[in-house]
Design a protein around this ligand. Sequence first.
Ligand SMILES: *[C@@H]1O[C@H](CO)[C@@H](O)[C@H](O)[C@H]1NC(C)=O
Ligand SMILES: *[C@@H]1O[C@H](CO)[C@@H](O)[C@H](O)[C@H]1NC(C)=O
Ligand SMILES: *[C@@H]1O[C@H](CO)[C@@H](O)[C@H](O)[C@H]1NC(C)=O
Ligand SMILES: *[C@@H]1O[C@H](CO)[C@@H](O)[C@H](O)[C@H]1NC(C)=O
Length: 189
Amino acid sequence: MPLTWLVLLGICCCWHMTDSQLVYKLNKIECLPNQSRVKNVTCKVKAVNWNTAVVNMDCYLIFPVNDPTIRVQVFMKDYSNQFKPFLIDATFKLCEVVERRSFLPYGVMVWELFKSFTNAKSCRFSPGQVSARNGYLNTSYVPPFPHGQYKIILMFSDSNSTNTENVGSVKFFVQAMDQIKSKKRPRGT
Ligand SMILES: *[C@@H]1O[C@H](CO)[C@@H](O)[C@H](O)[C@H]1NC(C)=O
Ligand SMILES: *[C@@H]1O[C@H](CO)[C@@H](O)[C@H](O)[C@H]1NC(C)=O
Ligand SMILES: *[C@@H]1O[C@H](CO)[C@@H](O)[C@H](O)[C@H]1NC(C)=O
Ligand SMILES: *[C@@H]1O[C@H](CO)[C@@H](O)[C@H](O)[C@H]1NC(C)=O
C-alpha cells in the first residue's frame, strides 16, 4: 500500500508541474452482457474531435438487479504491448456508495459518472432500458494517470444472501494524453 500512495503522489506532483492539459480519449468500448439477463445491447464510441470521444450505450435488463456489486480494474499497456494490472482493482457494492455507507474513492467516481451520463436514478435497477448518452471520463473525477493506453474493466454482478450472478462487463479502451490544441485560427475577420 505505501508504494501505491508514493506512486499516486508522484503522479500528482508531476501533473502539477506540467502546463499542458491531460485528457482521456476513449478509443473503443466492448460490452459483454450475460445474455440470459441482458438483451438488445448496443455499445458505441463516437469521436467528437481530436481530444474527445463519447460513449453511447443501450441495453435491456430482463431481470431486476437488486444489489449490484461492481469491480473496477485498470490495466496499462506496457513496452511489450501487453495490458498489465495498473494500481486499481476495487470491488464495491453500488448501494453502499449511493447510500453513503462506503466512501471508496473509485466507487464514488463510478457513481458520479453513472449519474452524469446514464438514466440510473438509484443503485437498484428494475427490468427495463438502461442507457448511457455522451459519456466520457471527466478529468475532474478521475485521478491523473501517466500518459499511455489503458483498459478499464467494469464488471457488474448481482447478489442476494445465497447467490451471486454475473450481469455483464464493459471494457473501455482509453488513451491518457496531452490535449491536442487546434492550430486553426478564426477566419474572415
Ligand atoms: C432495442 O433497442 C433499440 C434502441 O437501442 C430500440 O429502439 C428497440 O426497440 C429495442 N428492441 C427490442 C426488441 O427491445
Ligand atoms: C467536468 O465536471 C466538472 C464538475 O462537475 C464540470 O465543471 C466540467 O465542466 C466538466 N468538464 C467537461 C469537459 O465537461
Ligand atoms: C437468490 O437468487 C437466486 C437466483 O436468482 C434465487 O433462485 C433465490 O431464490 C434467491 N434467494 C433469496 C434468498 O432471495
Ligand atoms: C447469467 O444469468 C443467468 C440467469 O440469471 C444465470 O443463471 C447465470 O449463472 C449467469 N451467468 C453467470 C456467469 O453468472
